[in-house]
Ligand binder design. Structure first.
Ligand code: PGA
Ligand code: ZN
Length: 425
C-alpha cells in the first residue's frame, strides 16, 4: 500500500522543468518516474501546470510538484499500488477538472506512473509486466528529418520518419534506422546542411526549398544506406498540421509560400504517397477539421492514417473518429490523457475498433524509459520516440533492445513487425 508520495522539479531534454515523483510503499519499495512535455500540443490535451513566474522563463513546475506532495498524495496514500485503476481514478477525482488543469496533468501523471513502478518493484517485476503478461516488441517509427515546431520551422512538416518494414527483429529495425539516418546526414551535407546540428527529437534539421525536398532527401538517404526503399524501409510523415492552421482554417506552407485548403493539402500528400513508399501519415489536417479528415481517410485508404492532435489520447474523440470512419490509427501519448489507465484504455479501445495504437514520446522527454515498457506490456505494436541520437531518445530504444535481448528464446513471435501497421488485413 502507498505510504508516501514525494515530488520535485527535474529537467527535460529542452532544459525545461518537469515533474519527477517517488512513490514509497509501506514495505519500503519505491517507484520513481518523470513526465514528458510537448511543443506541438493539441488544444484538447490534458493541461500541464506551469508556474508562470520569473524562474525558467515561466516554465517552472514547483506548484505542480507541491500538489503531488499535497492533495494528490492525500488522495492515494493508503491505497494499493497494484490497483492502478483505483489510484488513477482517485487522482482524477482529486483534481476534479476535465483536463486536469487545477492540479496539473504533469503532477497527476507523475504519480500515476511512479505508482506502477512501485507496484512492479514490490513484485520484483519489470514495469511491462504490471501492464501485461504477454510482451510484444513494437515496430519503431524513427525520425530522420525534423521541421515544424521541433526545428524552428525550417520546413513545415514536423517529422519525416523511417519505418524499417523489412526488419525481422527490433534490434535489426533500429540498426537499419540508424543506417538511414547516417545516409541521410551524408546526403544532407551535400546540400550544405550541417547535419551534426539536431532538432528537438534528434532529427536532422536544415533549410530546404520545399517540403517534398525533405522526402527526397530521406529517400536519397535510404539509397546511400544500401537498404532498399519500399521493401526494407518505408517512410512516414507527421505533418502536425494544427501548427499550420491560418485564421480562415486553411494550411500555411511557409517554406513554399503557399496556403492550401484541406482538400488541396490532402491531394498534395496523396501525390507524395504515389511518389514515395509512405506507410503512415500523422496529423495531416488540423485537430478540429473533422470534415477534412473524413476526406483524407477516404483518399488514403491503403496506408496508416494516424491521429495525434485529433484524438489527443482521449476515448471520446477516438470514439467519434471510429463512428465516422476517420483515420485508422491513434497516437498514444499518455500525458495527453493524464493517467496510465487512461492511456491503456485508449490502446484497448483502438484494438477493439481495429485501429492501430502507436505509443509515442513527446518532443520534451527525460531519460525515463517507461513508455518502452508501456509499448511492450500493452502489445501496442508500434512506437515513435524520435531519432537515433540524443540520449532521451536512445534511452527508450536501449530499453527495448534490453527487453528484446532478455525475452529472446523464451517465446517466438515477440516482435510485432510491419503487421502492426494499419490498415489491417
Ligand atoms: P510534441 O510532438 O511532443 O511536440 O507534441 C510529437 C508529435 O507531434 O507527435
Ligand atoms: Zn504528432
Amino acid at each position: 500500500e502507498i505510504a508516501n508520495v514525494d515530488a520535485w522539479e527535474a529537467l527535460d531534454s529542452r532544459g525545461r522543468p518537469t515533474v519527477a515523483c517517488c512513490v514509497t510503499l509501506s514495505e519500503g519499495t519505491q517507484g520513481v518516474a518523470a513526465v514528458p512535455s510537448g511543443a506541438s500540443t493539441g488544444r484538447h490535451e490534458a493541461r500541464e501546470l506551469r508556474d508562470g513566474d520569473e524562474r525558467y522563463g515561466g516554465f517552472g513546475v514547483r506548484a505542480a510538484a507541491g500538489h503531488v506532495r499535497g492533495e494528490l498524495a492525500a488522495a492515494v496514500v493508503g491505497r494499493l499500488a497494484g490497483d492502478q485503476r483505483a489510484v488513477d481514478d482517485a487522482l482524477r477525482r482529486a483534481d476534479g477538472t476535465r483536463h486536469l488543469e487545477r492540479l496539473g496533468a504533469n503532477a497527476v501523471l507523475a504519480v500515476s506512473v511512479a505508482t506502477a513502478r512501485a507496484s512492479a518493484a514490490s513484485h520484483d517485476q519489470p514495469l511491462w509486466q504490471v501492464i501485461g503478461s504477454d510482451p510484444l516488441l513494437p515496430l519503431p517509427m524513427v525520425n530522420i528529418v525534423s521541421g515544424g515546431a521541433h526545428a524552428d520551422g525550417l520546413i513545415d512538416i514536423q517529422d519525416i520518419l523511417a519505418v524499417p518494414v523489412g526488419a525481422t527483429s527490433f534490434a535489426e529495425a533500429i540498426e537499419w534506422a540508424g543506417r538511414v539516418r547516417l545516409g541521410t546526414a551524408r546526403a544532407a551535407e551535400e546540400l550544405g546542411i550541417v547535419a551534426s546540428l539536431v532538432a528537438d527529437e534528434g532529427g536532422i534539421a536544415g533549410r530546404l526549398p520545399n517540403n517534398r525536398a525533405a522526402l527526397e532527401l530521406v529517400a536519397r538517404g535510404v539509397e546511400a544506406s544500401g537498404l532498399v526503399l519500399g521493401e526494407e524501409i518505408g517512410l512516414a510523415l507527421d505533418i502536425a498540421a494544427t501548427q499550420l492552421l491560418t485564421a480562415d482554417g486553411r494550411y500555411r506552407l511557409e517554406t513554399e509560400d503557399r496556403t492550401l485548403d484541406a482538400v488541396e493539402l490532402v491531394d498534395e500528400i496523396a501525390a507524395w504517397c504515389a511518389a514515395f513508399p509512405l506507410v503512415s501519415v500523422e496529423d495531416l489536417l488540423g485537430e478540429d477539421d473533422w470534415e477534412g479528415w473524413r476526406y483524407a481517410s477516404q483518399q488514403l485508404r491503403t496506408i496508416q492514417v494516424l491521429g495525434d492532435d485529433l484524438f489527443v489520447t482521449q476515448l471520446d474523440r477516438l470514439d467519434r473518429g471510429v463512428e465516422d470512419g476517420i483515420a485508422n490509427a491513434v497516437l498514444v501519448k499518455v500525458n495527453q490523457n493524464g493517467t496510465l489507465t487512461g492511456g491503456l484504455d485508449v490502446v484497448t479501445r483502438a484494438r477493439a475498433a481495429a485501429y492501430a495504437p502507436v505509443i509515442s514520446a513527446r518532443s520534451g522527454e527525460t531519460e525515463d524509459t517507461w513508455i518502452a515498457d508501456l509499448a511492450v506490456g500493452s502489445r501496442a505494436g508500434q512506437i515513435k520516440v524520435g531519432s537515433t541520437t540524443r540520449s532521451e531518445r536512445t534511452a527508450k530504444w536501449n530499453r527495448l533492445l534490453q527487453l528484446e535481448h532478455q525475452l529472446a528464446g523464451s517465446n517466438a513471435g515477440r516482435y510485432a513487425g510491419p503487421a502492426a501497421l494499419a490498415p489491417y488485413g
